[in-house]
Design a protein around this ligand. Sequence first.
Ligand code: SF4
Ligand code: SF4
Length: 192
Amino acid sequence: MNKNEKCNISIRDLLKKVFFVDLIQGLAVTFGYTFTKTITMRYPDEETWVPYSRFRGLHTLNRNKEGRELCVGCELCAKSCPTQCITVVPMEDKTGKGIADRVAARWEINLLRCMFCGLCEDACPTEALRLGRQYELAGKTMQRQLRSKEELLGPQPVPFDFEGGVITRARLERDEDGVVVKADLSSQKRWW
Ligand code: SF4
Ligand code: SF4
């Protein structure tokens, strides 16, 4: 490189600096994206992702068609849990039918310790326990991360037979414990 070339490069760099060429190029890219179609999801208060049915989210406890709890309080889920985050206290029904009417007096999970491995679901002999598709589990208190049988027996926002893998309209509901995202399953679209 001779002396003239060195001089030319310096002058070009100097001109770029004087006229803010790099800055203008960067801003041009930014403004260009301002007028293109948005491809990101406005999560969670307008759209939400409903996972496939094989997704492992918040646990659900289930009932049979007659409304009886399927959980018989056998404690196999608690014993198979590698993080020991399930507590089951069994109880006999007062019908006198013994083991056939056994239910759980208390069934509780500590979500802070759960790693959603699904071993408890595999261990359950009555298919009472399933990992559902609820994944918005943030809360403001430690207590919120303890979910009881009564909460998990409630109706699930996404039914098991719903295939999932779609984006739906959603609305965000706030309460003193945190937020709940409610999906509208009547409107679905795939994002690819
Ligand atoms: S998903 Fe795994 S870690 Fe969570 S409660 Fe079940 S067995 Fe335990
Ligand atoms: S959820 Fe299933 S494995 Fe756990 S106590 Fe109930 S019946 Fe037994």
